[in-house]
Design a protein around this ligand. Structure first.
Ligand SMILES: C[S@@+](CC[C@H](N)C(=O)[O-])C[C@H]1O[C@@H](n2cnc3c(N)ncnc32)[C@H](O)[C@@H]1O
Length: 156
């Protein structure tokens, strides 16, 4: 399977705009048909996932890396960079401020809990640029009194 990325016109100014700023198609070399990202390759556990070098033209990680222990995120970026072709797009929701903890009764569900772990945006941005990535867009996504960071970058 090969991957193609089509950029939509217009600025991305919110989470939903960020999510729709790209139209992702998986193009089957057999049928030539296109479909939405639901057919994309998903990894079971990104802390241990392995793909061959130069496998992807784009990697999307909305609201997922922020649940991986922050100490493991630099290694994850190393692997993402190695899986991607030079110039591949990377878009993700990452931390805006440094925080690791568990939110109880998450989304109002009694007894549920959600683990979060992220560094602040300047640090994560540095991890990207240290690996040769070029930041294309960066935007704070407010959520109540806090928020996260959206980034679009081209990987080295
Ligand atoms: C808040 S949900 C976000 C779901 C979806 N990406 C979205 O934008 O609505 C957090 C997601 O992170 C994923 N996630 C957390 N840790 C992960 C890991 N180690 N490997 C793969 N996915 C992980 C969970 O499976 C879950 O789908």
């Amino acid at each position: 399977m090969t991957w193609r990325l089509d950029r939509l016109p217009g600025p991305a100014s919110s989470t939903s705009a960020a999510a729709t700023a790209f139209r992702w198609h998986a193009t089957s070399p057999v049928s030539g048909s296109t479909s939405w990202v639901s057919t994309s390759r998903r990894c079971e556990d990104i802390t241990v996932a392995r793909f061959p070098p130069d496998s992807f033209d784009a990697i999307v990680a909305f609201w997922s890396i922020i649940h991986v222990p922050v100490s493991r995120q630099p290694d994850l970026l190393d692997r993402i960079t190695s899986w991607s072709r030079p110039g591949a797009w990377f878009t993700a929701t990452v931390g805006a401020t440094r925080w690791t903890g568990v939110e109880r009764d998450w989304l109002g569900v009694t007894g549920s809990s959600m683990y979060w772990s992220h560094t602040d945006w300047p640090t994560f941005r540095g991890w990207l640029t240290e690996r040769g990535s070029t930041i294309d867009r960066e935007e704070f996504v407010p959520e109540g009194g806090s928020g996260h960071q959206w980034v679009l970058a081209q990987l080295a």
